[in-house]
Design a protein around this ligand. Structure first.
Ligand code: AMP
Length: 214
C-alpha cells in the first residue's frame, strides 16, 4: 500500500505517518526528515538546502525528485510507503506520476489533512522531538507522561527544529498555500483524493485515515 499524506506544515502528517508505519508495516518517507539529516551531516546536498530550509522556502524540485526516487528503490519500501511532505509542487506531483509508472507502482490513496492555518502557528511553535527515537511531542497538546522523559524510549534529550519559529512558520505556510495547495485539485481530478479533519484529536485523525485506507 502506497499513500500520500497531504496538508500544511503542522497538520500532523509526521505524527500520523509514524502511526500508519507501525500499523501497516509500511515506511514513512519524509522529505523534510531526509533533508534535515543531509543538512546535519554536512553533505553536499545538505549544504545546498540548509539556508533554503531555514528561510521556510522550498528546495528545488529536481533535487527532491532524485532523492525520493532513489529512496523508493530501497528494499524497505517493497511493502509500501507513506509520502510525508512530498509532492509539494505540481511539477513534483507530475514527476511522481512518471516515476511510479517507470517503477510499476501506484499510489492507492491521497489523504488530505484539513486544518486551520492560524492554529498551525501555535501547533508548530510548541513541538519537540525525542533525540533518541524521534517520537514527537508538544508543549500543550502532547506532553510526555513524565516531564523530560520520552514515553517511547526513556530518552531525556529532546530537539526542536530550527525552522519551527513564528517567522519561518509563516513563510512555510505561504509556500504551502501558493505552491502546494493547488496539488489537491490535481489529485481530486484523478479521483484519489480523500480528506480527514486534521483539527480533531490525534486518535480520531488516525481512526479516520484507517477507515479510508482500509
Ligand atoms: P517538512 O519537514 O516537511 O516541514 O519540511 C521542512 C523543509 O524542507 C521545508 O520547509 C522545505 O524547505 C524542505 N522540503 C521538504 N520537503 C520538500 C519538498 N517536497 N519540496 C521542496 N522542499 C521540501
Amino acid at each position: 500500500m502506497n499513500l500520500i499524506l497531504f496538508g500544511p506544515p503542522g497538520a500532523g502528517k509526521g505524527t500520523q505517518a509514524k502511526r500508519l508505519q507501525d500499523a501497516y508495516g509500511i515506511v514513512q518517507l519524509s522529505t523534510g526528515d531526509m533533508l534535515r539529516a543531509a543538512a546535519a551531516s554536512g553533505s553536499e546536498l545538505g549544504k545546498q538546502v540548509k539556508d533554503i530550509m531555514e528561510s521556510g522556502g522550498l528546495v528545488p524540485d529536481d533535487l527532491i525528485i532524485n532523492m525520493i526516487s532513489a529512496r523508493i528503490d530501497e528494499k524497505d519500501c517493497e511493502k509500501g510507503f507513506i509520502l510525508d511532505g512530498f509532492p509539494r509542487t505540481t511539477p513534483q506531483a507530475e514527476a511522481l506520476d512518471r516515476m511510479l509508472i517507470e517503477k510499476s507502482l501506484k499510489i492507492d490513496n491521497v489523504v488530505e489533512m484539513k486544518v486551520d492555518d492560524e492554529a498551525m502557528v501555535e501547533r508548530i511553535g510548541g513541538r519537540f522531538t525525542c533525540a533518541g527515537c524521534g517520537a514527537g511531542y508538544h508543549d500543550s497538546f502532547q506532553k510526555p507522561q513524565k516531564t523530560g522523559v520520552c514515553d517511547t524510549c526513556g530518552g531525556t534529550e529532546f530537539t526542536r527544529r530550527a525552522d519551527d519559529n513564528a517567522d519561518t512558520v509563516r513563510s512555510r505556510l505561504k509556500a504551502y498555500n501558493e505552491q502546494t495547495a493547488p496539488i489537491s485539485a490535481y489529485y481530486a481530478e484523478k479521483g484519489v483524493l480523500k480528506s480527514v479533519d486534521g483539527m480533531a484529536a490525534i486518535d480520531e485523525v488516525t481512526r479516520q485515515i484507517k477507515k479510508i485506507v482500509g
